[in-house]
Ligand binder design. Structure first.
Ligand code: GLC
Length: 402
């Protein structure tokens, strides 16, 4: 019966969509609001850029490094023998330092790059984009807490560190959020009326292009006009209809009060929700979203009530993602009436996960998104979800070479 706690009606999903839209509007007007709505001062070029970039991707769990070559035809080539990935959960250890992080990052680059080139750095934490393409860390999320890095630029110190090792001299660095990298990667599919970058992995967040004149908080400081990529930091949204179990998960986390949407949706927290639902039960540690989806696909060894609750938590996560997308699309449709097609580039292991005995996560997102858009009067809007291999790496190369 506990699974009933996580049910959301169509009407509630619509309310969540509208609440997200209102909070995006507030965040576009003022700094320091619930949704940070961070404009990124990098305008991606889709043609006429060519060359190689070193791309670094620091996510919530893994770190990746590779060299990407963009051809004049807009095609991206990931040099096959030189892409590396490692688990960097160690950065969540209390007391972990910037120097240790740089060292871990440099270790992976050692063998993949043999000539000077710019760096595209996909940094998956809230960071305020600077006019020179670097970004200053606003705060950590997803369990990381390297205190000395908060408020500081994240790109230039890392590049200086790499250059000080005297191997290759990197020529510049552009820092973008992972949602913005996905957004840029989506541009390799031209012809859509609107583009969205979405991540549902360890954390969750969205980005889209917003006309500069609609971003009230930069009026006067940014006058170039045009469309700016905006990282909404939607993981910090406080949606209506969270439950006492969500309050408990928040209470137990290292950043209580923050990232409430993320704590109801993303991979890092789904297992925590199940544990808080059955405080008396013993689950394997750590119990993350991968274990939770495993439980759905292979339920025989678990109590039925745990499996039912896990399935309800998984479904609610997809519904919340759908509602937040519907709110964002509703906003984009207000800014640009007549939108009919949206290209959604989505990354993250939870987004592409499946329940072998139920619906796939991304199929549920599409279904509830269509229903909520219809309830908002947009049944004509068609959303295509694109899954691109290495979207973050390609988007970061576009940023580095634009
Ligand atoms: C967290 C971060 C955000 C990132 C998201 C997905 O919400 O704050 O910057 O985009 O995780 O990785």
């Amino acid at each position: 019966m506990k699974e009933k706690l996580f049910e959301l009606t169509a009407e509630q999903l619509k309310e969540i969509a509208v609440a997200l839209q209102e909070k995006v509007n507030i965040g576009l007007e003022k700094d320091g609001e619930e949704l940070a709505c961070i404009p990124t001062y990098i305008c991606p070029k889709t043609d006429g850029i060519a060359g190689k970039a070193l791309v670094l991707d620091l996510g919530g769990t893994n770190y990746r490094a590779a060299v990407i070559e963009l051809g004049k035809d807009g095609k991206a080539d990931l040099h096959p023998d030189n892409g590396w990935k490692k688990d960097l959960c160690i950065m969540k250890t209390p007391g972990f330092t910037q120097e240790q992080l740089f060292k871990e990052q440099a270790d992976l680059i050692d063998e993949i790059c043999d000539e000077p080139m710019p760096i595209g750095y996909c940094f998956s934490y809230p960071a305020a984009s600077q006019p020179d393409g670097d970004a200053k860390l606003i705060r950590w999320t997803k369990g990381v807490d390297i205190k000395e890095m908060v408020g500081q630029p994240v790109g230039t110190p890392l590049m200086n560190y790499l250059n000080s090792l005297n191997r290759i001299h990197y020529t510049g660095v552009k820092v973008i959020n992972d949602t913005v990298a996905s957004l840029f990667a989506g541009l390799t599919h031209p012809g859509y009326d609107a583009y969205i970058g979405l991540i549902v992995g360890t954390g969750t967040n969205m980005a889209a292009f917003i006309p500069a004149e609609k971003i009230g908080k930069i009026a006067g400081t940014y006058t170039a006009g045009g469309l700016l990529p905006v990282n909404f930091e939607s993981g910090n949204f406080v949606p209506p209809y969270l439950t006492p179990v969500d309050d408990e998960v928040d209470h137990r986390s290292i950043n209580a009060g923050n990232q409430r949407f993320e704590k109801a949706v993303s991979g890092m927290y789904l297992g925590e929700i199940l544990k808080a639902t059955f405080p008396e039960a013993k689950f394997e540690e750590p119990f993350d979203a991968r274990k939770l989806t495993g439980m759905l696909s292979y339920p025989d060894v678990y109590k039925t009530e745990y499996v039912d609750a896990a399935r309800a938590i998984y479904k609610r996560s997809a519904q919340l993602v759908a509602a937040s997308l519907a709110g964002l699309i509703n906003l984009l449709a207000t800014q640009k009436p007549g939108i009919k097609t949206v290209c959604l580039t989505a990354e993250g292991s939870l987004f592409w996960s499946e329940d072998k005995n139920g619906k796939k996560y991304h199929e549920m997102v599409l279904e509830y998104l269509h229903n909520t858009l219809t309830d908002l009067g947009h049944s004509q809007i068609k959303v295509d979800i694109t899954q691109m291999d290495n979207a973050n790496l390609i988007g970061s190369a576009i940023a580095a070479l634009s």
